[in-house]
Design a protein around this ligand. Structure first.
Ligand SMILES: Cc1cc2nc3c(=O)[nH]c(=O)nc-3n(C[C@H](O)[C@H](O)[C@H](O)COP(=O)(O)OP(=O)(O)OC[C@H]3O[C@@H](n4cnc5c(N)ncnc54)[C@H](O)[C@@H]3O)c2cc1C
Length: 431
């Protein structure tokens, strides 16, 4: 069979790995001139490692990712450093990456709130019944079980940060369960950066005979009325395939295949998601003298960004020619002004707040900045979301769709991109 895969992110590459092993003829069409998708990276001259455009790490529980890495024979390149995560409280940051640190965190006081916070966390780690949890919102569930103070201090900031005011009160409790249930404090990466991994993955695919066509966007997919199968429109002309797997956002997929039945198309278009705007800065000096990697900052603290991640407190600055790499970013709806402002305008907004994180910080520490924006960064799971997930096997025979929006109840992540890519491959092989 001749199979076309649209997108060389982790879903597409993982599907290609299994489909090729089953003996099929595989072509991956990728619009960018690199592989890796949302988890791709970039490298400056003088850097030994690449830096992800959007901050990325793995959890030690990422079994699908670690599994495929083993199959690729690359497991000796995976490292799990132990970086420091901190939580903001009344102008200060406190370590927040272990049970002991959570107990010591002053924000919750010493009484009942701390116990409720701990019990709720324990329950969510143990229970597997996420279907019961998706019937209610995080807001309602946490207010009831963790209490008003714990909700306001710990969970509301996370929800507002990730989903904005608009969706923060609508996100279902299974989403929160998945984060607490599946994530670990041990964080991993690939020696050389995620782009090095994606490139090595692509090399392994090519070695087995998979064709990866970079710089080749597919604009339209239609059924081939005469001979069966599909016709794909690309700038180089029309290509044919017996089966097709699309791994793009639901909105882009809907535009690409307008012949999909109305109900399925409407299902794709109903799915909600947030975009992301992330600036990467190369600094002359370390931003966090305490060595913090991940800062949790509530929107209410007045910073013009949600996330601050000092990558070189996770992996050594020596990998980047001594540069200190810091990300500042936010999850936003695509209408937000951060999608329109120039890189310089955004930098002007961000600089004063970096000084709040380190009073010694000076503008001349900034050697270079890069700006990355994506309209599709974080799916938004509303109440009873499992009933709204489009099937991987679309109503058009031979056409499959696998995206971040379908990995639910899990939150998006490269681990689940691997899982859904392989699930899609399994369905394609079974048919
Ligand atoms: C800010 C941010 C932080 C994240 N942090 C983490 C993290 O710490 N750990 C983690 O594991 N995951 C993280 N993720 C999630 C992770 O990046 C995604 O879950 C994963 O990369 C999705 O893979 P995918 O293959 O499904 O999609 P994508 O990576 O989006 O791949 C789709 C591919 O299709 C290509 N494409 C688009 N249009 C066309 C077209 N018309 N024709 C051909 N090709 C096309 C795109 O260029 C892309 O390469 C993060 C994501 C964001 C945005």
């Amino acid at each position: 069979m001749k199979i076309a895969i649209i997108g060389a992110g982790y879903s597409g590459m993982s599907a290609a790995w299994d489909l090729k092993k089953a003996g099929h003829d595989i072509t991956i069409y990728e619009s960018a001139d690199y592989v890796g998708g949302l988890a791709s990276g970039f490298k400056e001259p003088g850097w030994a490692w690449s830096v992800e455009k959007f901050y990325h790490h793995w959890f030690s529980s990422d079994e699908h990712m670690l599994g495929i890495i083993r199959e690729l024979g690359l497991e000796d390149k995976v490292i799990f450093p132990r970086p420091l995560t901190v939580m903001y409280h009344e102008g200060k940051f406190y370590p927040f990456d272990s049970i002991v640190n959570a107990i010591l965190f002053p924000g919750l006081g010493w009484g009942l709130n701390k116990i409720r916070f701990g019990l709720v966390g324990l329950f969510l780690r143990i229970t597997t019944n996420w279907r019961a949890l998706e019937k209610t919102t995080v807001e309602a569930w946490m207010r009831k079980w963790a209490g008003e103070k714990v909700y306001k201090l710990m969970w509301e900031p996370l929800l507002v940060g990730k989903f904005g005011e608009k969706y923060s009160k609508q996100v279902n409790m299974a989403w929160m369960w998945a984060r607490i249930h599946a994530r670990t404090t041990r964080l991993g990466t690939f020696k050389g950066g995620f782009q090095a991994f994606a490139d090595q993955f692509a090399e392994k695919l090519r070695a087995t005979g998979v064709e990866i066509r970079l710089g080749t966007p597919v604009t339209h997919i239609q059924q081939d009325a005469g001979q069966g199968g599909f016709e794909l429109s690309t700038p180089e002309g029309t290509e044919k395939a017996d089966k097709v797997l699309v791994t793009l956002s639901p909105a882009v997929a809907a535009k690409m295949v307008p012949a999909l039945p109305k109900e399925y198309l409407e299902g794709l278009l109903r799915l909600k998601s947030m975009g992301a705007v992330v600036m990467t800065l190369a600094l002359k000096e370390k931003l966090s003298e305490q060595g913090y990697y991940w800062y949790n900052i509530p929107k209410s603290a007045g910073f013009p960004f949600l996330a601050v991640v000092e990558h070189t407190n996770f992996v050594s600055p020596e990998n980047f020619g001594g540069d200190h790499i810091v990300y500042v970013g936010d999850y936003l709806e695509p209408e937000h002004e951060y999608f329109r402002l120039s890189q310089d305008e955004l930098l002007e907004r961000f600089l004063p707040s970096l000084q709040k994180l380190n009073p010694r910080f000076e503008r001349n520490w900034v050697k270079k900045t890069w700006l990355w924006r994506t309209a599709y960064a974080q799916p938004v799971p509303l109440v009873n979301h499992s009933q709204n997930i489009p099937a991987i096997q679309t109503p058009i025979n031979g056409l499959y769709f696998a995206s971040m929006s379908q990995v639910y109840p899990w939150d998006r992540g490269t681990n689940f991109a691997v899982e859904i890519g392989r699930t899609a491959a399994g369905l394609m092989l079974k048919e």
